[in-house]
Write a protein that binds this ligand. Structure first.
Ligand code: ZN
Length: 394
């Protein structure tokens, strides 16, 4: 099999920056990391292992300025004959496997923050700003949509800012005042007696929820929370080539934090629907097309589907079942360039059924005219079988 273009392997444009290449590599390596295929079938494991190697090989070259320059000029030929070599895959990869969900470290910080009773971002000693929750939105896309990228309108419910008090929680005309319970610090210290002695525990103030301020008079619409349910409609740009399991982040698309807090984020979880005709493989799409037996024998034109509409391909005389035709630039657009993958068509010669007696007679008559020169594959297969059994006959 021909080696794939390294830029294609990582799904980046030729002029991609160092950090884009790194990002693309991390994403791809996480996706095909062997740890994720521990419970998969052997075929899936092998496929993932090959992809993983391919990704690491591509990154080894593209992350090294010198090797990258050589590759840009000479392609794969630059590393043949042992010139550079791409051995020792897997270098520079570590620490991502535990991060398979695609959270970055900032997110992890937030998760730990909430586990340990802290308040997410800005976990300091003073009063803090309330942060709204992140939300999840499941978005199903068709292959046609992700082939070129699409703008989708999504609609969802969230906790927004109260329209009366604009999120402060105070009745219009009234100010916020320092929380009397915590004196504006946002937390309360209590002493707890235990077998280890007296411990001082700092807890978030339950009066002001850590903000240090409460409304002089609570807003009559939201009863002082600053929140109100709302339905949001947003246009989201989906880049081409996204895959099932990927997430897009809409900053501030989540719930509002109460009392002039900040918004959480919205995570769009992508699912790409299975297509009736095409099967996807990276930026390529595969399609099996039935061809009449007579067309395969005599040659002719066959209409085939593409993502851009119907087109015709020439079937040469004597085309065998399983033959592959490649339509360049009919696949999925790469997100950061105008390049598209290919459509790979595999022809399947269809054997006619329900023949009449007359048709059968014609075929028998035709069959009598055929000789070994008409069957190249069969002849070489027969020769192989002969050699195979000769071994036993000694
Ligand atoms: Zn309000």
């Amino acid at each position: 099999m021909a080696k794939r273009d390294y830029y294609e392997v990582l799904g980046v444009a030729k002029n991609a920056s160092e950090s884009d290449i790194k990002k693309a590599y991390r994403k791809a390596a996480m996706k095909y990391h062997p740890d994720k295929f521990a419970n998969s079938s052997d075929a899936e494991k092998k496929d993932a292992e090959e992809k993983f190697k391919e990704i690491n090989e591509a990154y080894e070259i593209l992350s090294d300025a010198q090797k990258k320059a050589a590759y840009d000029q000479y392609g794969h030929a630059a590393f043949e004959n042992g010139a550079g070599g791409a051995g020792g895959f897997g270098g520079g990869f570590g620490g991502f496997s535990g991060n398979a969900q695609g959270f970055d470290f900032e997110d992890l910080g937030d998760i730990f923050g909430s586990f340990f009773g802290g308040g997410g971002r800005g976990r300091s000693q003073g009063p803090r700003v309330k942060e709204g929750e992140d939300l999840r939105y499941n978005l199903e896309l068709t292959l046609e949509e992700i082939a070129k990228g699409v703008e989708k309108e999504i609609k969802y419910k969230r906790e927004g800012k109260c329209h009366t008090c604009h999120g402060s929680g105070a009745e219009p005309g009234h100010n916020m005042k320092t929380c009397p319970k915590c004196n504006g610090s946002g937390h309360i210290r209590t002493q707890q007696r235990s077998i280890f002695g007296v411990q001082v525990v700092t807890q978030e103030c339950d009066e002001c929820h850590g903000t240090g301020k409460i409304p002089e008079k609570a807003c009559s619409t939201c009863h002082g929370t600053g929140l109100e349910k709302e339905t949001v409609t947003r246009k989201v740009r989906i880049p081409s080539g996204v895959e099932t399991g990927q997430r897009l982040v809409v900053r501030d698309g989540g719930n509002a934090g109460g009392n002039n807090g900040i918004f959480g984020d919205l995570y769009i979880f992508i699912t790409v629907k299975k297509h009736d005709i095409f099967r996807r493989d990276g930026f390529d799409i595969h399609c099996e097309v039935p061809v009449k037996m007579t067309t395969a024998i005599l040659g002719g034109e066959v209409e085939v589907p593409t993502l851009d509409g119907k087109t015709k391909i020439k079937i040469p005389e004597g085309t065998q079942s399983g033959t592959i035709f490649r339509l360049r630039d009919k696949g999925i657009k790469q997100p950061s360039s105008d390049r598209r993958g290919s459509e790979i068509i595999q022809v399947k010669v269809e054997v006619p059924t329900n023949l009449t007696e007359k048709q059968k007679d014609i075929l028998k008559e035709f069959d009598d005219t055929l000789g070994s020169k008409n069957y190249k594959e069969g002849k070489s297969f027969k020769d192989k079988i002969k050699r195979f059994f000769q071994k036993f006959e000694g």
